[in-house]
Ligand binder design. Structure first.
Ligand code: ADP
Ligand code: MG
Length: 352
């Protein structure tokens, strides 16, 4: 008891909001854990195969890096991104640091690959819907169809942005960057690099169920649960060396009108209206930014277009839960998912 309190105080001094546990299970090396709150969610880091002092060093570094990313990429609070958006709206060039330029580059790539279903330049639309808030559900009537159509007609796109002499130039004043659908993905990629730099090769960085896991947990692979939008887990996945697992859903954050109509926070940039055909999309990929952007794009694609996005992004591992709760998956995902045998036949497989 005294030991664990000493541990608590020691780590509290490192500034971790909620900390750690040191778990030793039979025959397995110790697992070090830390938690902190950023990106509107709890980030849980689990490290295996390292000394405690190295784990502490890693936790401090990650917390610092995550907090900086949270601040710098925030879509509506004052900060670097808000400054850039303000300058774009006034037709001016904007400074950006190397990491933000990299995030923009991945975003542009994702916008192209998803056929514009993922579009990080629709910040004005997201704001119009009232989704620039941490307070969900948003209540009240939806914005007017005229206002929505007016913003869509301005065709904001991340491809309107060019990088010249280290500065960002937008040819479209309607561009307002919102990295909400890719930032967590890129953040776990950065975390993976930072951990590798410290000699940590076995870890899970889990940002509220969206994660990157690499290495192993001692002698066995990391195991992660795939979220079920109806509650609990749909199944369990064993991580193959180094993978990102991201789920986007339209069931947690939404606007609710007086007559209980729900308008989810993922918008179809082509229409300006929320995507409502699927409840959730889960993607497993080698990089976080790709898995994150893809999961959002698949929610937008819905049942009629998800195969198109899966092909264009060359995704092997996709799982969709439609509005009726029916599960659709790629064959590779079904092979990998550890499900109860009664669940498997109920899954509609994608034809390849
Ligand atoms: P979640 O993890 O909450 O399911 P996502 O990764 O799907 O989130 O990101 C949703 C957020 O991305 C929204 O809150 C909004 O800020 C932004 N967003 C909404 N629709 C799109 C879209 N089509 N393309 C890019 N970003 C979007
Ligand atoms: Mg996403």
């Amino acid at each position: 008891m005294i030991d664990s309190w000493c541990e608590y105080l020691k780590r509290a001094r490192l500034g971790l909001l909620v900390c750690f546990s040191l778990l030793i299970s039979c025959g397995e090396p110790p697992l070090h854990k830390a938690e902190f709150y950023v990106f509107g969610t709890l980030v849980e880091v689990s490290l295996s195969g390292v000394e405690e002092s190295r784990a502490d060093q890693a936790f401090s570094l990650l917390q610092e890096r995550f907090q900086a990313m949270h601040r710098d990429w925030h879509a509506w609070e004052p900060g670097k991104l808000a400054n850039i958006n303000e300058r774009f709206a006034r037709g001016m060039a904007a400074e950006a640091d190397a990491e933000l330029v990299q995030l923009l580059g991945f975003s542009q790539k994702a916008e192209i690959l998803t056929g514009g279903r993922f579009n990080p330049a629709i910040g004005k639309l997201i704001g119009l819907w009232g989704f620039h808030t941490s307070d969900f559900p948003v209540t009240g009537p939806s914005p007017s169809a005229v206002d929505i159509a007016a913003l869509v007609a301005l065709h904001p796109s991340s491809l309107d942005i060019e990088i010249r002499a280290g500065q960002l130039h937008s040819s479209n004043r309607a561009v307002q960057l919102d990295f909400g659908a890719i930032a967590k993905g890129f953040a776990v990629d950065i975390a993976r690099e930072a951990l590798a730099g410290l000699g940590v090769h076995d870890a899970i960085v889990n940002a509220g169920g969206d994660l990157r896991a690499f290495g192993s947990r001692g002698t066995r692979p990391w195991r992660v649960a795939i979220r079920n939008p109806l509650g609990g887990a749909l199944g369990v996945l064993e991580i193959n060396q180094d993978e990102a697992v991201f789920t986007s859903g339209n069931y947690e954050r939404y606007r609710e009108t007086e007559n209980h109509d729900r308008f989810p926070h993922i918008l179809d940039p082509r229409t300006g209206w929320p995507a409502r055909q699927v409840m959730s999309a889960t993607v497993v990929a080698n990089e976080g930014w790709l898995a994150d952007a893809a999961a959002t794009a698949l929610v937008v694609a819905g049942l009629s277009e998800w195969n198109e996005v899966t092909d264009a992004m060359e995704l092997d591992l996709v799982l969709i839960v439609d509005e009726a709760g029916q599960i659709h998956a790629t064959p590779a995902m079904l092979d990998r998912l550890l499900l109860s045998e009664t669940q498997k036949p109920a899954i509609t497989l994608r034809r390849q």
